[in-house]
Design a protein around this ligand. Structure first.
Ligand code: AMP
Length: 287
């Protein structure tokens, strides 16, 4: 059974009952339209905590004025069934007025990390994310919260926020779950036509090529230039294709520390993002 919780009073009572039973609590925040990527977060959370609570909240403040807030897929019954099947203890599905009651006015500004790459394309996005996640964390008060590496910059922004505000929760990143053909699972994949879905394979293919070739010594700017061309040739308009330091997100041109290659690109009305680790080659020193 997965208890469906809509309001703050029931949430607090449920959390209090779990706590008085001595249970540990893990939290998986989502925007719904759940797929195997979300369920991987739930499954990993279940490894560490007795109770897992997933939230579904399509957060208006992280969408820009010309983004897909109103058409974002909403399928609460199907999501509830998936969570039941996964053995998730509770589903918190608040109304907008529960998260942003009348008079709500505080926002969290996560600083420099939130202004680059995805943040540069979507001004205000990470402030919306950091604000809603902080509020959800304060409402749920979990021991740990799970986030996907699929949204790599988001994971770093949340880690920064939790560290800076000394929120008493552990933030855990979970590797990206992909379809067998390599496309990262995303609720937004539902927007793609069959032809667009096929073309979208250029994104993981490009990331994989860069993640493989950069450690072999290939020039990163050359890899990025030909990657960009391949993405455009497949019919996408890239917002960015960058290789950055994995911790600071500063752009890099030579690989000396763990890095990340990140992409965002649009096809038709759909904007997809993806990323992969780029690790410096380990030196096998022969003596
Ligand atoms: P969303 O519902 O898209 O806001 O995602 C909710 C959480 O699930 C975020 O922490 C995402 O990073 C994570 N997530 C989304 N897609 C995937 C995926 N394919 N693999 C792993 N985690 C994912």
């Amino acid at each position: 059974m997965t208890i469906l919780i809509k309001d703050q009073a029931t949430l607090s009572a449920t959390i209090a009952a779990w706590r008085s039973a001595g249970d540990t609590i893990a939290f998986v925040p989502t925007m719904g339209a759940l797929h195997a990527g979300h369920i991987a977060l739930v499954k990993q959370a279940q490894q560490t905590a007795q109770r897992v609570i997933t939230s579904i909240f399509v957060n208006p403040t992280q969408f820009g004025p010309n983004e897909d807030f109103t058409r974002y897929p909403r399928q609460m019954e199907q999501d509830h069934a998936l969570l039941k099947e996964a053995g998730c203890a509770a589903l918190f599905a608040p109304e907008v007025s529960t998260i942003y009651p009348a008079g709500f006015s505080t926002t969290i500004n996560p600083g420099a990390l939130a202004t680059v790459i995805e943040g540069a394309c979507r001004p205000g996005h990470f402030s919306g994310v950091a604000t809603v996640v902080t509020r959800l964390l304060m409402l749920v008060q979990p021991d740990a919260a799970y986030f996907g590496e699929k949204d790599y910059q988001q994971l770093l922004v949340i880690q920064q926020t939790v560290r800076d505000l000394a929120l008493p929760v552990q933030i855990i990143g979970v590797p990206t779950v992909r379809a067998p053909d390599g496309l990262a699972l995303s609720s937004r994949n539902a927007y793609l036509s069959a032809a667009e879905r096929e073309r979208a394979l250029i994104l993981p293919a490009t990331l994989r090529l860069i993640a493989t070739e950069a450690p072999n010594g290939s020039d990163i700017s050359t890899l990025l230039a030909s990657g960009r061309t391949a993405i455009i040739d497949a019919g996408f308009s890239p917002d960015y294709l960058v290789v950055c330091d994995a911790a600071t997100l500063d752009p890099i041109t030579t690989l000396s520390a763990p890095a990340r290659v990140l992409v965002a690109a649009k096809i038709g009305k759909t904007r997809l993002i993806d990323n992969m680790a780029v690790l410096p080659a380990t030196k096998n020193e022969c003596h």
